[in-house]
Design a binder for this molecule. Structure first.
Ligand SMILES: N[C@@H](CCC(=O)N[C@@H](CS)C(=O)NCC(=O)O)C(=O)O
Length: 206
């Protein structure tokens, strides 16, 4: 399987899930500005929608949309416990979190990445994110991970997105349970491997 990724973006989430699941992946870096893959290929030929991630299976089938790619990978390794079996209530709870991360957190950051976004809009977006982080902070007061006592696939996605705060001067220390959650996940050995592989932390720090 090949994962098309761009360091530190949402493609980090399926990358982490693959490592936590013990699944080998070939990583292909994508320059989002030019839509060129590091192997010289045209990324738009892989995913005509344009964004990372895209997962290309060994038979050439292409999966996109982070929350779906994450589920596909976790389902390849059911023994990893990263997602409960399909059809169970616990699975729907995990899907609720994946969807929440995708639509409220991941896309909630969207306007902040565009330099044309006016200051008034930035203030509204930051306030909305703060409300969502406050919600997460209340949830994480009750348990260490989104779905319970164990790290699971939605945590890989939430960790990835929450980590963007540092690029946008959003100090997670305002939400101590969220800050502790991010630190807890960052300390996991498979997560550190993914961060090193994407060049986000130094190997010596592993
Ligand atoms: N709907 C897609 C959106 C993915 C997405 O927003 N990817 C961002 C990086 S986090 C990206 O590639 N942006 C550049 C672009 O859209 O050209 C998903 O959920 O996977």
């Amino acid at each position: 399987m090949r994962l098309y990724y761009t360091p530190g973006t949402c493609s980090l989430a399926p990358h982490i899930v693959a490592r936590e699941a013990g699944l080998p992946l070939d990583l292909v870096k994508v320059d989002l500005a030019t839509k060129r893959a590091e192997d010289g290929g045209d990324y738009l030929a892989v995913n005509p929608k344009g964004p990372v991630p895209a997962l290309v299976l060994d038979d050439g089938f292409v999966l996109t949309e982070a929350a779906v790619v994450i589920q596909y990978l976790a389902d390849l390794a059911p023994q990893s416990g990263l997602l409960p079996p399909a059809g169970t209530r616990a699975r729907y709870v995990a899907q609720q979190w994946l969807n929440y991360v995708a639509t409220e957190l991941h896309k909630g950051f969207g306007p902040l990445w565009h330099k044309e976004t006016p200051a008034e809009m930035r203030a509204i977006v930051r306030a909305q994110l703060a409300d969502r982080f406050a919600f997460l902070d209340r949830e994480l007061a009750a348990r260490p991970y989104l779905t319970g006592n164990a790290f699971a696939a939605p945590d890989a996605y939430a960790f990835t997105v929450l980590s963007w705060g540092r690029y946008l001067s959003i100090d997670l220390a305002r939400w101590p349970n969220v800050a502790a959650y991010v630190d807890r996940i960052a300390a996991r050995s498979r997560v550190r491997e993914a961060l090193i592989a994407e060049g986000l932390i130094e190997a010596e720090a592993a």
